[in-house]
Design a protein around this ligand. Structure first.
Ligand code: MG
Length: 368
């Protein structure tokens, strides 16, 4: 099988809540997402999606994704999309770094492989566990009582795991964590995610200020070394996210005992192929995972579902259903949350059928 055409589409994804706010005053109101369509000489077409969390979260931005895909596409025509390891080596040889650019291409090729094989992607990623898996809900940064109210509202919809966006001033963050913890019920799990927003002295005060609260602390500071220093000063379970972008940092973090949980975002690793490699390593090392992406719509949510559903439940801390946060559906067949849980499609491939009327005209196309 050969790739005959690669096209990219730009789509805007507004939020049901109006905006999404996290540390450092950062916020997004409308996400800028890119869908990649890969066509083949076998008549199969696959789709992938990349949606950065704005241009200021990771070293990734939406226009950069599209420029990078246009740069890579001519190198991939005539390649076999079902030979995923080879295809990834080809992408890495043609473009140094820029994992997020490669993510949607890799995702689309997994979609093609699944369709060609007649299996849902989760079966090809190792096999489905159980009938569904657990989700978390991100609680946008706001006043402490607002965040507690938001948690109560999403609990009523079935979520039991919550990620609070903190990472601003110490007193308010402590108040946020306390307000939410007072509203919790047995079995609820809460993560305070600072998204690199604290300096070490601030992180040290927050973790001491909430020492009596049963809460996870996520990515308190910007660097690995700063996070490690906080990790060694607290007995809260500890999650690393932004700095976890490949196998070397997973091995280093494991050797240092730097975390209990890591956040595997598909595009941070460069696609399903490399995220799956990291997932399998974490299972072997005994590290639990949140499996998600930077953001996305129906296609990213489908890809997350396949990777999460093929992860042993003991190691799956949480996953995300981004398509329930946004007001626009870009594909039919995408998984839909039920009671705080999600399930991967049982259709071959990713199981999504893009709504071309929503995607509109391709912003870019490269073909034989
Ligand atoms: Mg995080």
């Amino acid at each position: 099988m050969k790739i005959t055409r690669i096209a990219a589409y730009r789509v805007e994804l507004p939020l049901h809540e109006g905006s999404y706010r996290w540390s450092g005053g950062k916020s997004v109101e409308v996400f800028d997402s890119t869908v990649v369509r890969i066509e083949t000489d076998a008549g199969l077409a696959g789709h992938g999606e990349i949606c950065p969390l704005g241009p200021f979260y990771l070293p990734a931005y939406a226009a950069g994704a599209r420029t990078g895909i246009a740069e890579l596409a001519p190198h991939l025509l005539d390649e076999d999309p079902t030979k995923l390891a080879r295809l990834n080596r080809r992408m890495d040889a043609a473009l140094q770094g820029h994992p997020y650019v490669k993510s949607a291409i890799d995702m689309a090729c997994w979609d093609i492989l699944g369709q060609a094989a007649g299996f849902p992607v989760c079966e090809l990623l190792g096999g489905r566990y159980g009938s569904d898996f657990v989700l978390y809900r991100a609680i946008s940064q706001g006043e402490p009582d607002e965040m507690a109210k938001s948690v109560a509202g999403y609990r009523a919809e079935g979520y039991r795991r919550f990620q609070l966006k903190v990472g601003s001033d110490v007193e308010t963050d402590i108040a946020r964590i306390r307000a939410v913890s007072e509203a919790l019920e047995p079995g609820d799990v809460v993560v305070a995610d600072a998204n690199t927003g604290w300096l070490p002295h601030e992180a040290a005060r927050v973790v001491r200020g909430v020492r009596d609260v049963d809460i996870y602390i996520e990515q308190p500071c910007a660097t690995y070394e700063e996070c490690l220093s906080i990790r060694r000063r607290t007995d809260h379970p500890f999650v690393l996210d932004e700095i976890i972008d490949g196998i070397p940092i997973l091995l280093r973090g494991h050797a240092d005992g730097a975390m209990d949980v890591v956040n595997i975002k598909i595009s941070k690793f460069g696609g399903l192929t490399k995220a799956r490699q990291a997932r399998d390593l974490c299972v072997e090392l005994g590290i639990a995972m949140t499996i998600e992406d930077s953001w996305g719509g129906d296609i990213v949510t489908a890809a997350i579902a396949h990777l999460a559903h093929s992860t042993p439940p003991q190691f799956l801390f949480t996953a995300t259903d981004f398509n329930s946060y946004v007001t626009v559906s870009i594909a039919d067949g995408a998984p839909q949350r039920a009671g705080g849980r999600l399930s991967a499609s049982s259709e071959p491939g990713l199981g999504v059928r893009p709504r071309m009327e929503v995607l509109g005209e391709a912003v870019f196309s490269s073909e034989r």
